[in-house]
Design a protein around this ligand. Structure first.
Ligand SMILES: NC(=O)c1ccc[n+]([C@@H]2O[C@H](COP(=O)([O-])OP(=O)(O)OC[C@H]3O[C@@H](n4cnc5c(N)ncnc54)[C@H](O)[C@@H]3O)[C@@H](O)[C@H]2O)c1
Length: 263
């Protein structure tokens, strides 16, 4: 079956999200930007935190009313500055989407310590720093939602992706761990595990012939890659009150990829 991607919703379907204060790491492009747009459509107040200064500028130009902080999730001072911006601009934070991440697609025997460390710093330590900064604000207000963007490769393994698989499974476990630690404070924490979506990250791998997008679509039971908007729709749902009893979950959005176990 080849299911068509539906256009992004334009209506306000989660009125409880109106005016919610949302910080999205890596929000200048790809899935992060689609998530920012989707929350904006629900009437949220948006802050983007991204290491790509020019990309951030472009994103802020097209996302009216959003604020932004340039910096890396790996830098504790920059993380503090991003959350300070939330305090200044919006008086706090309600929802944090830990989306910033990089791929690391290389045979393990060729993976340098520096590359391994880089993936850990961005994909894992960055998420820890942002979760901690978020909860320092969410615990006193007794509410908040944190979403970690994991991957199908946090759930199942693929060759030549040791650092990616290890970090993505770690942020999935981080969601479970923090969900049980912070539930008593009214904070929900979940992870999303998307399959391949057409973003710059994936286009670069296609161009470098490290992945074959047609083979990936064929391997997917729904017969195509995801769109960033479909992943964004799940993020918005998980942040809304409609998902108020969902916490500590790793929610797959992969067109059937991880369910498929045949040839
Ligand atoms: N695209 C996919 O197929 C796919 C599938 C599953 C999971 N994911 C995950 O989704 C997330 C977003 O992926 P994408 O495809 O949109 O990537 P992308 O490369 O298109 O965009 C990533 C954004 O994060 C920013 N970023 C990178 N390092 C950063 C840092 N240290 N600090 C702050 N910002 C930083 C980049 O500047 C960019 O704006 C990643 O965590 C990725 O692992 C992607």
């Amino acid at each position: 079956m080849n299911s068509e991607a539906a256009p992004h919703t334009t209506e306000v379907i989660y009125p409880d999200l109106t005016q919610k204060r949302v910080l999205i790491t890596g929000g200048a492009a790809g899935i992060g930007y689609a998530i920012a747009e989707a929350f904006a459509k629900q009437g949220c107040r948006i802050a983007l935190f991204d290491v790509d200064e020019a990309g951030l500028e472009r994103a802020l130009n097209s996302l009216r009313g959003a604020v932004g902080k340039h910096g890396s999730v790996t830098d504790p001072d920059a993380v503090n500055a991003a959350f300070a911006l939330m305090d200044e601009a919006f008086g706090g934070v309600d929802i944090v989407v830990n989306n910033a991440g990089i791929s690391m697609n290389k045979p393990t025997l060729e993976l340098s310590l520096q590359e391994w460390q880089k993936a850990l710093d961005i994909n894992l330590t960055g998420v820890f720093l942002c979760c901690q900064a978020a909860a320092r604000r969410m615990v006193p207000q007794r509410s908040g939602v944190i979403l970690n963007i994991s991957s199908i490769y946090g759930v199942v393994a693929a060759p030549n992706r040791l650092a990616y698989c290890a970090t993505k499974s770690a942020v999935a476990m981080m969601a479970k761990e923090l969900a049980i630690e912070w539930a008593e404070h009214g904070i929900r924490v979940n992870a999303l595990a998307p399959g391949y979506a057409r973003t710059a990250l994936v286009e670069q791998l296609v161009e470098a012939q490290r992945i074959d997008d047609r083979a990936l679509a064929k391997r997917t039971p729904l017969g195509r890659l995801a769109t960033a908007e479909e992943i964004a729709d799940l993020a918005v749902f998980l942040a809304s009150d409609k998902a108020r009893y969902i916490t500590g979950q790793v929610v797959g959005i992969d067109g059937g990829w991880t369910a498929y176990g045949y040839i």
